[in-house]
Design a protein around this ligand. Structure first.
Ligand SMILES: *Cc1c(COP(=O)(O)O)cnc(C)c1O
Length: 369
């Protein structure tokens, strides 16, 4: 058999080094600031660490493979990737749409740094983003959105963008390429934080961009060369190491998230639950069409902030932590960060613990006063 392979097989193959006799099966990281360069100029050689790194290239080829892209570029964080893409593509005079209900720092960057430079910034919720795209030059969509878990119909949005020659960028952080492949649905570029589920161990920050248009990717690489928001070689190596187990981890996280969503929905202390994998979730129909897996995050609404604090206090397995997608299950009360949600809104990230243990822990934590 030569494929098409399943996601775990693709994840393992994507990070495999060439089979060179006598060489390590897993390639070591290459931390390098400067490389030996012959006096005669040869631009094909690695020269300086802000421009080139062999460990990045390995990681970038794995990311491109998983996203179904021709090229990927790594960055020092998800925000470094997103802001680099916006700087490269959103020029003065253009209109940019950013999510009103997505990751909050993105709209903050657009409003605080891009708008003063003459870029018209429109904020649109998932439900309104297709309408907003009809007047845009560059559209950044986030689906499922963090933290509300609304879903954008990517095929329909891509058609709208294509119709007017707008560039569509999709933030694929929450779904990961194992949950959905936005490029195959018509997006021009994927941006993501690899800090979350993709690396999945709560121990590094990283980001990437993936795409298929040579000119766009060259402009973004140029931006990275000049501005320098690069990923360290050791972090790149850790992300590579993590990608090999991404299929395993993500499968368990999705399974845990669905079980948690079902349990939470049935509990009287829980006012509402959002999870795109629930058959009666408002986003389920679109999610079911465009996602392979529904992800490891569940959003819930408890009575108030104190109820979320009690839940964490009573739990043995859920840690209170921001970020998500790691091996430990965690809870984050988003109002503390200024997200436009209720005081009792909590984003729950499913770890890789045994499903039955997590369910028992939730029931125990919600039952106690
Ligand atoms: C966390 C996150 C980011 C930013 O990523 P960092 O690695 O923290 O810079 C961007 N988009 C989404 C959807 C995120 O959840």
């Amino acid at each position: 058999m030569t494929g098409p392979y399943g996601d775990s097989t693709r994840s393992v193959k994507a990070v495999a080094a060439d089979a060179v006799p006598g060489a390590p099966v897993a390639q070591p990281p290459v931390p390098a600031a400067a490389y030996h360069i012959p006096p005669s100029e040869d631009d094909s050689l690695d020269s300086y660490g802000r421009y080139h790194n062999p460990t990045w290239r390995q990681l970038e080829s794995a990311l491109a493979e998983l996203e179904g892209a021709t090229t990927a570029l790594t960055f020092g964080s998800g925000m470094a990737a997103i802001t680099s893409v916006l700087r490269a593509l959103a020029k003065p005079g253009l209109t940019l749409v950013v999510p009103a209900d997505g990751y909050y720092q993105v709209r903050r960057y657009a409003v605080e740094y891009l708008a003063p430079q003459g870029i018209t910034v429109i904020q649109a919720k998932c439900a309104d983003i297709i309408d907003a795209a009809t007047g845009a030059d560059v559209v950044l969509a986030e689906t499922p959105s963090n933290p509300g878990l609304d879903v954008v119909d990517l095929h329909a949005l891509a058609m709208t963008c294509r119709g007017r020659g707008a560039t569509l960028i999709v933030d694929n952080t929450t779904a990961t390429p194992l949950g959905q492949q936005p490029l195959s649905l018509g997006a021009d570029l994927v941006v993501a934080s690899a800090t979350k589920s993709l690396s999945g161990h709560h121990d590094l920050l990283a980001g990437y961009v993936a795409g298929c248009h040579v000119d766009q990717m060259a402009a973004i690489e140029h931006e990275r060369r000049i501005a320098g928001p690069i990923l360290g070689a050791f972090e790149a190596w850790l992300v590579l190491r993590s990608i090999a187990t991404a299929g395993l981890r993500f499968e368990r996280q999705c399974q845990n998230a669905l079980a948690m969503a079902l349990t939470l929905r049935a509990h009287p202390a829980v006012r509402s639950v959002r999870y795109p994998g629930l058959a009666d979730d408002p986003s389920h129909e679109v999610a079911n069409r465009q996602m392979k897996r529904f992800g490891g995050i569940v959003s819930i609404e408890l009575e108030d902030a104190a109820a979320v604090h009690r839940f964490v206090h009573n739990s043995d397995l859920f840690v209170s932590s921001t970020s998500f997608g790691g091996i430990h299950s965690s809870v984050d009360r988003r109002a503390r960060w200024g997200d436009p949600v209720g005081e009792g809104f909590a984003r729950i990230s499913a770890g890789i613990e045994d499903t039955d243990d997590l369910i028992a822990d939730i029931e125990h934590a919600l039952a106690r006063p």
